[in-house]
Design a protein. Structure first.
Lengths: 363, 418
């Protein structure tokens, strides 16, 4: 309660002391929001449809963004290989569903024609396998490429991360080839709201994304806030040396962080494939870029910020496709990013690692 | 005494060894001399994207060129012809790559042995290569570029002159250009009773140019154009674009672009949001007329309309059918849409080399280029046709395909001269 009051008091101060750039930024954002609301009032159904599309696309971006932000919160490293790990996640899911690995057929491919029970088992199995494998890949990358450089200049690790990104991308290229690969359609394409209304389309696929994303977010939040290992993570994020002195195993804590990031990337990869119906070896680059942008937008290191940033980017993209034009979508997304950063360099929710309690501004 | 004998023995061994070596060298020299002769030898190259999902289609074109050469025992009249296949795609891009196209063209420009160039496959690549090879005076015959502006005036006022810095033409193609394909698409939709259309392109040279031609022809035929958008080929999906198009309620959606710019995802989202291809027509050009599109699009491709700037293999002339059969016998697999065009391009080039040699007594780039443009009433696998002064074919028959049961099925011949 007192925090809210303090913030309100601070708001007037910050407006008074704000620079003219940030005032312009606020004015532009305000105009954009008003224009959007005006459009929404004209055709509410269309607006809501686009909002739903944006939220669903944003949810996948948010899951990837969490991986960037988790790792940044602990070791202050932008793990560029994360987006490509996400791509490998979708490939693992594809391989599991095809039932064939290294030329050995383990079971018949699970596709749209399989029984409903088998489809559900297939989806769960694919998700779990991708989460496990991507988690391990991420831990392996940390062990091989980042840990030996922990005391090296930060730029060295950054370059290593870019290198890992290329290596993973090329593994994907060798593994599945350069073409778009179709994903079996296991989630029905029908309207989940069909029983209630025809005006609004919300497919089972959209619902699936939200139904998987929310439990994952809750589980992550529980892990970080309530478990002993989560407490260790927060401690390491705050001060590595002090945490080590308190008897916390820093190496293991960092490995666990990478494991969590990889698990989320694996889940996002399979969800992406099932949702869109295709995947390709370089999908991680663009999705990774957007996810990274989302993490910065929300405040890098801040878990809630990553989710907010991801969904915001999804929604901005959808609104821009509808009201501005597809050619302008990327420009819109990055314009908003610049405006936000001009006004709040620490991101929307502040860049103080949420694993430290989150939300506050860096002092 | 004994020491002296040993010395002589060693000398003898050395003498025999050196004699053997000289004999060996002489033998080798003779062998090389035999191959020479005064038979002129030239090289032709093809330049096609051989990585990514364009690979299967372009491999058949390479095979077709090899077949054309084999049928003539690698001879164009009295001239021995070597063939090199170049790749203008990179694995990273998964499709043709501008830098690779430029690099290939520059390398070939330097190599005087090369007298003709078959390709490229993508119009965007041609736009990079033509100016480079124009300076080198190397004749090019493309089996697949359909962008209008490469040879004829287009909505861009700098086309086509910007491709020909020397002012001389060096580029020809055996496939009808997009003014014809755009018109064929519009005619077909008009025939189906379509009154409104939404146009999407892939922001590449070929896709945009084709969409321009289609837009112009659709308007001339009285089809209302509800909107035009350019998609990003690396976007994760196109759901918001399709949601917007659904709101416009067009009778048809036209996509100007290639498979490799995410056409599979595009039609998946189109079917999921706007409706299936019976309800709202989805039409695409020859850029998606390949197996790779069927694979990427899956069931969503069912019922889609695909125009092609020529005729499908099964509708070709008798010579065409003979080629298809011979190809199957030689390489096993089936031909793709452009295979016969690759074969025709190779034969046109080989005939031009033969005539150039007969006329001038030597084969130069200049002579071959002159003979290429002189190709008239050519009787090949595509029918009987000539090159006009811009290097375009005089063929006017295009075709419309529909996707049925996961396969391209010939629907109709569209004659745009009507």
């Amino acid at each position: 309660m007192s925090m809210v009051e303090a913030k309100q008091g601070g708001l007037l101060d910050s407006v008074r002391s704000s620079s003219w750039q940030s005032r312009i930024a606020v004015a532009v954002v305000a105009v954009l929001v008003v224009v959007l609301l005006f459009q929404a009032a004209q055709d509410p159904a269309q607006f809501v449809s686009q909002l739903l599309v944006g939220i669903t696309n944003g949810a996948i971006i948010a899951l990837i963004a969490l991986g960037y932000t988790l790792v940044y919160g602990i070791v202050e490293l932008i793990n560029f290989a994360h987006g490509d790990n996400f791509m490998l996640g979708s490939f693992v899911g594809l391989t599991v569903l095809s039932g064939t690995f290294l030329g050995l057929g383990f079971f018949a491919p699970i596709g749209g024609d399989s029984g409903a029970a088998l489809q559900i088992v297939g989806v769960v199995f694919a998700l779990v396998a991708a989460m496990a494998i991507c988690g391990l890949i991420n831990v392996g990358i940390e062990r091989i490429a980042y840990k030996p450089l922990r005391n090296a200049p930060r730029l060295a690790v950054l370059i290593t991360a870019i290198g890992m990104s290329f290596i993973l991308q090329n593994i994907g290229l060798v593994w599945k080839g350069a073409s778009q690969i179709p994903f079996p359609s296991l989630i029905p394409d029908g309207n989940a709201l069909g029983a209630f209304t025809d005006a609004l389309v919300y497919r089972w696929k959209d619902l699936f994304i939200i139904l998987v994303t929310i439990p994952l977010l809750l589980a992550l939040s529980y892990f970080v806030q309530r478990t002993k290992q989560g407490k260790a993570m927060r401690a390491v994020a705050q001060d590595k040396e002090a945490a080590a002195m308190m008897g916390i195993n820093v190496d293991r804590t960092i490995a666990v962080t990478f494991l969590l990031g990889g698990i989320l990337a694996g889940a996002a990869g399979v969800m992406f494939g099932l949702f869109n119906g295709t995947t390709v070896f370089n999908v991680g680059f663009r999705q990774g870029l957007f996810a990274f942008t989302a993490a910065v937008l929300g405040g890098i290191g801040n878990l809630t910020g990553a989710v907010v940033g991801g969904i915001l980017i999804g929604v901005i993209g959808a609104m821009s496709d509808q009201y501005v034009g597809v050619r302008w979508t990327e420009i819109m997304i990055f314009t908003v990013l610049i405006l936000v950063l001009v006004f709040r360099p620490q991101g929307l929710l502040g860049d103080r690692s949420s694993v430290q309690g989150g939300g506050g501004e860096r002092t | 005494m004994s020491r002296r004998r040993r010395k002589m023995g060693m000398l003898a061994v050395l003498g025999i060894a050196s004699a053997l070596m000289i004999a060996g060298c002489g033998g080798g020299g003779q062998g090389e001399g035999e191959e020479g002769g005064d038979q002129p030898t030239v090289t032709i190259v093809s330049d096609l994207p051989l990585q990514g999902s364009s690979r299967p289609q372009n491999e058949t074109i390479v095979n077709a060129i090899k077949l054309a050469l084999e049928q003539r025992d690698n001879m164009a009249g009295d001239v021995r012809v070597n063939y090199t296949s170049q790749d203008n795609a990179t694995a990273q891009a998964g499709q043709w790559d501008e830098a690779k196209c430029a690099e290939n063209a520059q390398t070939a420009a330097q190599d005087e042995e090369i007298v003709a160039w078959i390709g490229p496959f993508n119009s965007g690549c041609a736009a990079v290569e033509i100016p480079i090879l124009n300076e080198a005076g190397l004749g090019m015959v493309s089996p697949a570029n359909t962008l209008l502006g490469l040879t004829k005036p287009s909505p861009d006022p700098t086309e086509p002159d910007k491709y020909y810095p020397t002012g001389e033409r060096n580029y020809l193609r055996v496939i009808p250009a997009d003014d014809k394909q755009g018109r064929a698409g519009a005619l077909w939709l008009d025939d189906e009773g379509v009154e409104s259309v939404f146009i999407i392109d892939d922001r590449q040279v070929y896709g945009q140019g084709l969409a321009d031609q289609f837009e112009q022809n659709a308007e001339e035929l009285g089809i209302e154009v509800l909107g035009r958008e350019g998609i990003d080929g690396t976007a994760s999906n196109y759901r918001s674009l399709m949601t917007r198009i659904a709101d416009e309620q067009p009778d048809a959606i036209y996509y100007g672009g290639i498979t490799q710019n995410n056409a599979g995802q595009l039609i998946r989202d189109k079917v999921s949001i706007v409706g299936d291809n019976e309800e709202v027509i989805f039409m695409g050009p020859d850029g998606i007329f390949e197996e790779a599109f069927l694979e990427a699009a899956g069931e969503s491709a069912e019922g889609a309309y695909v125009t092609f700037g020529g005729l499908p293999p099964e509708k070709l002339s008798e010579e065409g059918q003979a080629f298809v059969e011979e190809y199957r016998d030689t390489y096993g697999g089936d031909v793709e849409a452009y295979t016969a065009y690759g074969y025709e391009a190779a034969n046109v080039v080989l005939d031009a080399i033969e005539r150039a040699y007969d006329e001038n007594g030597e084969v130069t780039r200049e002579g071959v280029l002159e003979q290429l443009f002189a190709t008239e009433d050519y009787e090949g696998v595509l029918g009987t046709w000539s090159f006009d002064e811009d290097g375009d074919t005089t063929l006017t028959e295009l075709s419309g395909q529909r996707i049925e049961g996961g396969e391209f099925t010939f629907d109709r011949t569209i004659d745009i001269s009507e």
